[in-house]
Ligand binder design. Sequence first.
Ligand code: NG6
Ligand code: CA
Length: 506
Amino acid sequence: MIRPLAALLFVSALSPLISAEKPNIIVIMADDLGYGDLGCYGATAVKTPNIDKLAAEGQRFTSGYCSASTCTPTRFSLLTGTYAFRQKGTGVAPPNGPALIKPGTVTIASLLKSAGYATAVIGKWHLGLGDPKPDWNGELKPGPLEIGFDHCHLLPTTNDRVPQVYVHDHRVLNLDPKDPLWVGDKAPDENHPTGITHRDTLRMNWTHGHNNTIHNGIGRIGFYTGGHAARFRDEDLGDEWVKRSNTWIEAHKDRPFFLFFASHDIHVPRMPHERFQGKTPLGFRGDCIVEFDWCVGEIMKTLDRLKLTENTLIVLCSDNGPVLDDGYVDGAVEKLGSHEPAGPFSGGKYSVLEGGTRTPFITRWPGRIKPGVSDEVVCTVDLAASFAALGGAKMPDDACLDSLNVLPVLLGEPGAKGRDHLLQQDNNGVNLGLRMGEWKLVRSKPQGRSKAVVTKKERVESGGLHRLYHLPDDPAELKDVSARNPEQLKEMIAKMDSIVAAGRSR
Ligand code: NG6
Ligand code: CA
């Protein structure tokens, strides 16, 4: 696309590296979406025509990963380009958690901003706000705006964690000062209705946790009061992300932009809009996949309408593998049938088996990418370095410590090589996985251990600490072949240790 000369000159003044070829970039991240959950990855019980179209017009990766098997660490490493286990406290963030990425940190957003991009994040954040905790009735900073985003419109943590309000730039949207918002981890008084005291009134029962404050007839994690005018309905979240994104894209159509579209779908409580309810035989879990696909389609339509499709790179990915019962009774288990959320892999959310982090991964840029399927290894942690290369941003040597520039692979260039190794982690990096070519090493910590480093003594003593799998014969990681491949095992243990100990892998 040729941008008007005046706009070009204006942007050139901001960054000497800008060029007319710079594409817009949209990262669409689903929540808890598994490898097998989309039509283009083999699902038949749920139809995903928009995402399938994206895949047919771009590169579909069979070894595309997120870096962790829960949300917060994957998002931390997507934005910072650094494995989350390197920073303590990056496991699933609580409702009153502080901003985990400190102002001044180089991020995917600050890199692109320095290259002249307009930047925004719309949707789920879950990386904490404020320091040392969020000031829900005041300014919510630091947050995305302090680490490179020009604009944010957020679900602050998760849809199952309180409070159910939107954060718009630095403030809770529609907050009435006469009805202040209070958030805590203990009930504010003994009469506060909870998922335990009022269980029979709930419209979606809980199986574990999720029995604190009730909102929209659903028990949540954590307690809150007030802020009634600011509260959303779960059913409307998808529409909200689309509406806000379309407005922002349209307002920035004349300059390169970077949008992080962070859907809450298909995280619990799964409560799709009424018009998607009952659309699949899989219950609300499947219906939320349909809602997510609809959202993707709406963004695609907006790009078409604004004639931006040709010069926009879309990366579609997930933040961790699938889970069926994540705390609510929503039919996901009972209605599963023959659907395989993790495709051919074992494990899922919370696991370092392939199902935990090998997830859908699609790139489309009609002006540049030839359609195809790629078996090369790429990861969400690589997007920072790859986008820096694409946008012409200079990356300091001491930033994005694990982000590799895999841009040629993302663009489907013939002969381009992806990663030759990738570390995978669970929520806190207690358990690790290492993919190297056809091999996979799994390190499960002895119970009660929480450090990422294992001593030699522990390794010898703990016998079953490491398992080795040969993925082409055994994608489901069922047969430990470490005893038959001592050299391979030794090499991979040494590699895993060195990636952890070196503090960086770039
Ligand atoms: C767990 C929650 C789970 C989900 C997860 C975070 C319980 C019992 N389980 O602690 O429901 O919220 O955290 O999910 O509370 S994530 O996709 O955001 O990482
Ligand atoms: Ca998730």
